[in-house]
Design a protein around this ligand. Structure first.
Ligand SMILES: C[S@@+](CC[C@H](N)C(=O)[O-])C[C@H]1O[C@@H](n2cnc3c(N)ncnc32)[C@H](O)[C@@H]1O
Length: 290
Protein backbone atom coordinates (compact mmCIF):
# COMPACT_ATOMS: atom_id res chain seq x y z
CA UNK A 1 0.00 0.00 0.00
CA UNK A 2 1.25 3.50 -0.82
CA UNK A 3 1.76 5.47 2.37
CA UNK A 4 2.00 9.21 2.91
CA UNK A 5 -0.06 12.33 2.50
CA UNK A 6 -0.97 14.30 -0.59
CA UNK A 7 -1.11 18.09 -0.83
CA UNK A 8 -4.63 18.80 0.51
CA UNK A 9 -4.95 20.45 3.92
CA UNK A 10 -5.13 18.06 6.91
CA UNK A 11 -7.76 17.94 9.67
CA UNK A 12 -5.33 18.88 12.45
CA UNK A 13 -8.06 20.30 14.69
CA UNK A 14 -10.01 17.03 14.41
CA UNK A 15 -6.90 15.04 15.22
CA UNK A 16 -6.39 17.13 18.34
CA UNK A 17 -10.06 16.82 19.35
CA UNK A 18 -10.30 13.04 18.93
CA UNK A 19 -7.01 12.53 20.82
CA UNK A 20 -8.24 14.74 23.69
CA UNK A 21 -10.47 13.81 26.67
CA UNK A 22 -13.38 13.93 24.16
CA UNK A 23 -11.91 10.86 22.43
CA UNK A 24 -11.15 9.23 25.78
CA UNK A 25 -14.87 9.46 26.64
CA UNK A 26 -15.67 7.24 23.63
CA UNK A 27 -13.25 4.68 25.10
CA UNK A 28 -14.63 5.00 28.64
CA UNK A 29 -18.15 4.45 27.31
CA UNK A 30 -17.29 2.04 24.47
CA UNK A 31 -19.48 -0.85 25.62
CA UNK A 32 -22.46 1.44 26.15
CA UNK A 33 -21.96 3.28 22.85
CA UNK A 34 -21.71 -0.01 20.96
CA UNK A 35 -24.87 -1.11 22.74
CA UNK A 36 -26.70 2.13 21.85
CA UNK A 37 -25.51 2.22 18.24
CA UNK A 38 -25.75 -1.48 17.36
CA UNK A 39 -28.98 -1.05 15.39
CA UNK A 40 -27.23 1.60 13.28
CA UNK A 41 -24.32 -0.77 12.64
CA UNK A 42 -26.73 -3.53 11.61
CA UNK A 43 -28.74 -1.30 9.26
CA UNK A 44 -25.57 0.16 7.71
CA UNK A 45 -23.98 -3.23 7.06
CA UNK A 46 -27.22 -4.68 5.74
CA UNK A 47 -27.22 -1.89 3.16
CA UNK A 48 -23.50 -2.30 2.40
CA UNK A 49 -24.20 -5.95 1.55
CA UNK A 50 -20.56 -6.96 1.91
CA UNK A 51 -19.55 -10.20 0.26
CA UNK A 52 -17.03 -12.86 1.32
CA UNK A 53 -13.61 -11.98 -0.07
CA UNK A 54 -14.23 -8.24 -0.44
CA UNK A 55 -11.68 -5.59 0.57
CA UNK A 56 -13.20 -2.84 2.67
CA UNK A 57 -12.08 0.51 4.11
CA UNK A 58 -14.03 1.47 7.25
CA UNK A 59 -13.49 5.17 7.89
CA UNK A 60 -13.55 7.06 11.17
CA UNK A 61 -13.67 3.63 12.79
CA UNK A 62 -13.26 4.92 16.37
CA UNK A 63 -13.24 2.07 18.88
CA UNK A 64 -13.70 -0.43 16.06
CA UNK A 65 -17.14 -2.07 16.40
CA UNK A 66 -18.02 -1.82 12.71
CA UNK A 67 -14.52 -2.83 11.55
CA UNK A 68 -14.57 -5.98 13.69
CA UNK A 69 -17.99 -6.94 12.32
CA UNK A 70 -16.88 -6.28 8.74
CA UNK A 71 -13.90 -8.63 9.22
CA UNK A 72 -16.39 -11.34 10.21
CA UNK A 73 -18.57 -10.64 7.18
CA UNK A 74 -15.83 -10.61 4.52
CA UNK A 75 -14.24 -13.70 6.04
CA UNK A 76 -11.06 -15.46 5.06
CA UNK A 77 -9.74 -14.09 1.76
CA UNK A 78 -11.36 -10.73 2.49
CA UNK A 79 -9.88 -7.79 4.37
CA UNK A 80 -10.78 -4.63 6.20
CA UNK A 81 -8.80 -1.57 7.21
CA UNK A 82 -10.26 0.51 10.03
CA UNK A 83 -8.88 4.01 9.46
CA UNK A 84 -9.04 6.80 12.01
CA UNK A 85 -7.29 10.06 12.81
CA UNK A 86 -7.01 9.33 16.56
CA UNK A 87 -4.10 7.28 17.94
CA UNK A 88 -6.01 7.03 21.20
CA UNK A 89 -9.06 5.38 19.64
CA UNK A 90 -6.98 3.23 17.30
CA UNK A 91 -4.93 1.69 20.08
CA UNK A 92 -8.12 0.87 21.95
CA UNK A 93 -9.63 -0.65 18.77
CA UNK A 94 -6.46 -2.74 18.32
CA UNK A 95 -6.88 -4.15 21.82
CA UNK A 96 -10.26 -5.61 20.82
CA UNK A 97 -8.83 -7.79 18.04
CA UNK A 98 -8.92 -11.47 19.03
CA UNK A 99 -7.56 -12.98 15.81
CA UNK A 100 -10.77 -14.95 15.35
CA UNK A 101 -12.53 -12.32 13.22
CA UNK A 102 -12.03 -14.15 9.92
CA UNK A 103 -10.92 -11.57 7.36
CA UNK A 104 -7.55 -9.85 7.49
CA UNK A 105 -7.98 -6.90 9.82
CA UNK A 106 -5.81 -3.84 10.27
CA UNK A 107 -6.30 -0.57 12.13
CA UNK A 108 -4.47 2.35 10.53
CA UNK A 109 -3.74 5.95 11.45
CA UNK A 110 -4.97 8.02 8.52
CA UNK A 111 -6.66 11.32 7.89
CA UNK A 112 -8.92 9.83 5.24
CA UNK A 113 -9.37 13.24 3.61
CA UNK A 114 -5.72 13.27 2.56
CA UNK A 115 -4.16 9.84 3.10
CA UNK A 116 -2.72 8.43 -0.12
CA UNK A 117 -4.39 5.02 -0.16
CA UNK A 118 -3.30 2.82 -3.07
CA UNK A 119 -5.50 3.61 -6.06
CA UNK A 120 -8.38 1.17 -6.63
CA UNK A 121 -7.44 -0.81 -3.51
CA UNK A 122 -10.97 -1.30 -2.08
CA UNK A 123 -14.27 -2.83 -3.20
CA UNK A 124 -16.23 -0.86 -0.61
CA UNK A 125 -15.88 2.07 1.80
CA UNK A 126 -18.12 2.14 4.87
CA UNK A 127 -18.62 4.44 7.82
CA UNK A 128 -20.85 4.79 10.84
CA UNK A 129 -20.76 8.44 11.91
CA UNK A 130 -17.14 8.92 10.78
CA UNK A 131 -17.52 11.22 7.75
CA UNK A 132 -19.07 14.41 9.14
CA UNK A 133 -15.82 16.00 10.33
CA UNK A 134 -13.86 16.82 7.16
CA UNK A 135 -12.76 20.43 6.61
CA UNK A 136 -12.91 19.84 2.83
CA UNK A 137 -15.67 17.39 1.95
CA UNK A 138 -15.00 17.38 -1.80
CA UNK A 139 -11.30 16.64 -1.28
CA UNK A 140 -12.20 13.85 1.14
CA UNK A 141 -14.74 12.18 -1.14
CA UNK A 142 -12.41 12.54 -4.15
CA UNK A 143 -9.69 10.84 -2.14
CA UNK A 144 -12.06 8.00 -1.19
CA UNK A 145 -13.31 7.62 -4.77
CA UNK A 146 -9.69 7.23 -5.85
CA UNK A 147 -9.14 4.50 -3.25
CA UNK A 148 -12.10 2.51 -4.63
CA UNK A 149 -11.87 0.26 -7.66
CA UNK A 150 -13.99 1.23 -10.69
CA UNK A 151 -17.58 0.26 -9.80
CA UNK A 152 -16.72 0.20 -6.09
CA UNK A 153 -19.24 1.49 -3.57
CA UNK A 154 -19.40 3.78 -0.57
CA UNK A 155 -22.07 3.40 2.11
CA UNK A 156 -22.27 5.53 5.24
CA UNK A 157 -24.62 6.49 8.07
CA UNK A 158 -25.00 9.98 9.55
CA UNK A 159 -27.42 11.68 11.89
CA UNK A 160 -30.52 13.15 10.22
CA UNK A 161 -32.10 16.47 11.31
CA UNK A 162 -31.22 17.48 14.87
CA UNK A 163 -34.85 18.16 16.01
CA UNK A 164 -35.76 14.55 15.09
CA UNK A 165 -33.10 13.05 17.38
CA UNK A 166 -34.19 13.05 21.04
CA UNK A 167 -30.91 11.38 22.04
CA UNK A 168 -29.49 14.88 21.41
CA UNK A 169 -32.47 17.23 21.90
CA UNK A 170 -33.34 16.02 25.42
CA UNK A 171 -29.81 16.63 26.84
CA UNK A 172 -29.53 19.90 24.89
CA UNK A 173 -32.87 21.27 26.22
CA UNK A 174 -32.05 20.30 29.80
CA UNK A 175 -28.53 21.77 29.64
CA UNK A 176 -29.75 25.00 28.01
CA UNK A 177 -32.47 25.40 30.66
CA UNK A 178 -29.86 24.98 33.39
CA UNK A 179 -26.89 26.91 31.98
CA UNK A 180 -27.95 28.99 28.98
CA UNK A 181 -27.86 28.91 25.19
CA UNK A 182 -24.45 28.41 23.59
CA UNK A 183 -23.44 30.44 20.49
CA UNK A 184 -25.09 29.10 17.32
CA UNK A 185 -23.19 26.35 15.48
CA UNK A 186 -23.13 26.74 11.66
CA UNK A 187 -25.32 23.87 10.36
CA UNK A 188 -22.87 22.59 7.74
CA UNK A 189 -19.70 22.97 9.86
CA UNK A 190 -17.83 19.75 10.72
CA UNK A 191 -19.73 18.03 13.54
CA UNK A 192 -22.31 15.30 14.19
CA UNK A 193 -25.07 17.07 12.20
CA UNK A 194 -22.98 18.32 9.26
CA UNK A 195 -24.66 15.81 6.93
CA UNK A 196 -28.24 16.25 8.15
CA UNK A 197 -29.17 17.77 4.79
CA UNK A 198 -29.20 14.71 2.53
CA UNK A 199 -29.52 16.65 -0.76
CA UNK A 200 -26.41 18.68 0.07
CA UNK A 201 -24.37 15.52 0.66
CA UNK A 202 -25.61 13.94 -2.58
CA UNK A 203 -24.33 17.09 -4.34
CA UNK A 204 -20.94 16.73 -2.62
CA UNK A 205 -20.66 13.07 -3.68
CA UNK A 206 -21.55 13.95 -7.28
CA UNK A 207 -19.05 16.80 -7.36
CA UNK A 208 -16.38 14.40 -6.05
CA UNK A 209 -16.98 12.07 -9.01
CA UNK A 210 -19.33 9.43 -7.60
CA UNK A 211 -22.34 8.18 -9.58
CA UNK A 212 -25.69 6.73 -8.52
CA UNK A 213 -25.57 8.91 -5.37
CA UNK A 214 -28.49 8.36 -3.05
CA UNK A 215 -29.65 9.57 0.36
CA UNK A 216 -32.45 8.13 2.45
CA UNK A 217 -33.68 9.45 5.77
CA UNK A 218 -34.86 6.56 7.91
CA UNK A 219 -36.11 6.01 11.44
CA UNK A 220 -34.02 3.63 13.55
CA UNK A 221 -34.69 2.83 17.19
CA UNK A 222 -31.56 3.10 19.31
CA UNK A 223 -31.81 0.16 21.72
CA UNK A 224 -30.04 0.71 25.02
CA UNK A 225 -30.06 -2.15 27.49
CA UNK A 226 -29.09 -0.17 30.62
CA UNK A 227 -31.28 1.83 32.99
CA UNK A 228 -32.67 5.30 32.34
CA UNK A 229 -30.23 6.68 34.91
CA UNK A 230 -27.29 5.06 33.10
CA UNK A 231 -28.54 6.43 29.77
CA UNK A 232 -28.74 9.85 31.36
CA UNK A 233 -25.10 9.68 32.49
CA UNK A 234 -24.10 8.62 28.98
CA UNK A 235 -26.23 11.38 27.42
CA UNK A 236 -24.61 14.01 29.65
CA UNK A 237 -21.05 12.71 29.16
CA UNK A 238 -20.87 12.74 25.36
CA UNK A 239 -22.35 15.23 22.93
CA UNK A 240 -24.20 18.47 23.25
CA UNK A 241 -24.84 18.61 27.03
CA UNK A 242 -21.16 18.08 27.71
CA UNK A 243 -20.29 20.84 25.23
CA UNK A 244 -22.71 23.23 26.98
CA UNK A 245 -21.18 22.25 30.34
CA UNK A 246 -17.71 23.23 29.03
CA UNK A 247 -18.98 26.41 27.38
CA UNK A 248 -20.53 27.68 30.64
CA UNK A 249 -18.00 26.11 33.05
CA UNK A 250 -20.72 24.02 34.66
CA UNK A 251 -19.86 22.47 38.01
CA UNK A 252 -20.83 19.24 39.78
CA UNK A 253 -24.20 20.63 40.91
CA UNK A 254 -25.05 21.60 37.35
CA UNK A 255 -24.06 18.15 36.14
CA UNK A 256 -26.25 16.46 38.78
CA UNK A 257 -29.21 18.70 37.85
CA UNK A 258 -28.67 18.05 34.13
CA UNK A 259 -28.51 14.29 34.68
CA UNK A 260 -31.72 14.39 36.72
CA UNK A 261 -33.41 16.37 33.92
CA UNK A 262 -32.23 13.93 31.25
CA UNK A 263 -33.46 10.98 33.34
CA UNK A 264 -36.89 12.62 33.40
CA UNK A 265 -36.78 13.35 29.66
CA UNK A 266 -35.63 9.84 28.72
CA UNK A 267 -38.21 8.11 30.94
CA UNK A 268 -40.74 8.05 28.10
CA UNK A 269 -38.41 5.78 26.10
CA UNK A 270 -38.28 3.09 28.78
CA UNK A 271 -39.06 -0.49 27.71
CA UNK A 272 -38.98 -3.85 29.48
CA UNK A 273 -35.37 -4.38 28.43
CA UNK A 274 -33.98 -0.84 28.72
CA UNK A 275 -34.65 2.10 26.43
CA UNK A 276 -35.76 2.43 22.83
CA UNK A 277 -34.95 5.92 21.59
CA UNK A 278 -36.25 6.87 18.13
CA UNK A 279 -33.61 8.37 15.85
CA UNK A 280 -33.62 9.90 12.40
CA UNK A 281 -30.64 8.82 10.31
CA UNK A 282 -29.36 9.63 6.86
CA UNK A 283 -27.96 6.68 4.92
CA UNK A 284 -25.89 7.50 1.83
CA UNK A 285 -24.72 5.27 -0.98
CA UNK A 286 -22.80 5.92 -4.18
CA UNK A 287 -20.53 4.17 -6.68
CA UNK A 288 -17.41 5.00 -8.60
CA UNK A 289 -17.93 4.91 -12.39
CA UNK A 290 -17.21 1.44 -13.87
C1 LIG B 1 -18.44 10.04 16.07
S1 LIG B 1 -16.98 9.08 16.03
C2 LIG B 1 -17.59 7.56 15.35
C3 LIG B 1 -16.71 6.39 15.65
C4 LIG B 1 -17.18 5.04 15.11
N1 LIG B 1 -17.32 5.04 13.68
C5 LIG B 1 -18.46 4.59 15.77
O1 LIG B 1 -19.52 4.66 15.15
O2 LIG B 1 -18.40 4.15 16.94
C6 LIG B 1 -16.11 9.83 14.67
C7 LIG B 1 -14.76 9.22 14.37
O3 LIG B 1 -14.24 9.80 13.16
C8 LIG B 1 -12.85 9.99 13.32
N2 LIG B 1 -12.41 11.01 12.35
C9 LIG B 1 -12.76 12.33 12.30
N3 LIG B 1 -12.19 12.93 11.26
C10 LIG B 1 -11.44 11.99 10.62
C11 LIG B 1 -10.59 12.01 9.46
N4 LIG B 1 -10.40 13.12 8.76
N5 LIG B 1 -9.98 10.85 9.10
C12 LIG B 1 -10.15 9.71 9.82
N6 LIG B 1 -10.95 9.64 10.92
C13 LIG B 1 -11.59 10.76 11.30
C14 LIG B 1 -12.68 10.38 14.78
O4 LIG B 1 -11.37 10.20 15.25
C15 LIG B 1 -13.71 9.46 15.44
O5 LIG B 1 -13.14 8.23 15.83
Amino acid sequence: MTEGLNAVQNNDDQEEYWNSPAGQKWIDHQAEMDNLLSTVKDRLLEKANLQPGEHVLDIGCGTGATTLEIARQVGEGGSVIGADISDLLLSFAESRVTGAEGGALQFMKADVQTHAFAEGRFDAVTSRFGVMFFNDNIAAFRNLARALRPGGRIQFACWGPFPDNPWFTVPRDVAVARLGTPPPFPPDAPGPFAFADGARVVGLLEEAGFTDCQASTEGVDLKYTGTVEEASILGSSLGVASRIMSEFDGGPEDLAAIQAGITEGFARFKTETGLSVPASLNFFSARTPS
